[in-house]
Write a protein that binds this ligand. Structure first.
Ligand code: FES
Length: 152
């Protein structure tokens, strides 16, 4: 199915709801792993919005991305319990070691770095996640092993 056709189907499924934009974006991201640039004018037209408004929503919510993520996604928790246990310092170390800022992907497309807000591991903060692997009491060395272990 063509991208535009499939997007039209997704829009049609949500158009009559109240606040259709977020469910539409969620479904699109679910299907492609990101919200393709080409989808944004189609959504804008269907909902009677400007492209800038749709783009604004896509970039406002951390859940949405407008380009594909890397094959692996490393998430570092930035919520309160982890912050109080040094999550910011850990994030700075990991960012420096990987050469990635938040939401960035390595040039070879292997790894994307994303913030996350609570992984439910507050008791052993700071925490990290990669794929289905969760890590508590994260340190730079442990995160690097996690990344290496995933082949990223
Ligand atoms: Fe980080 Fe809950 S605040 S796991």
């Amino acid at each position: 199915v063509e991208l535009t056709e499939r997007i039209a189907e997704i829009i049609a499924a949500h158009k009559d709801r109240e606040g259709p934009m977020l469910p539409i974006l969620h479904d699109i991201q679910e299907e492609w792993g990101f919200v393709p640039e080409a989808a944004q004018p189609i959504i804008a037209e269907a909902l009677g919005l400007t492209r800038a408004e749709v783009h604004g929503v896509v970039s406002f919510y951390h859940d949405f991305r407008d380009h594909p993520s890397g094959r692996h996604v490393l998430r570092l928790c930035r919520a309160e319990a982890c912050q109080s246990m040094g999550a910011d310092a850990l994030a700075a170390q990991v960012q420096a070691a990987l050469g990635l800022d938040w939401h960035e992907t390595t040039p070879d497309g292997r790894l994307t770095l994303e913030p996350v807000f609570c992984l439910g591991l507050c008791a052993c903060a700071p925490s990290a996640q990669m794929g289905d692997r969760l890590m508590g009491r994260a340190t730079l060395a442990k995160v690097q092993r996690l990344v290496a272990g995933a082949g990223a």
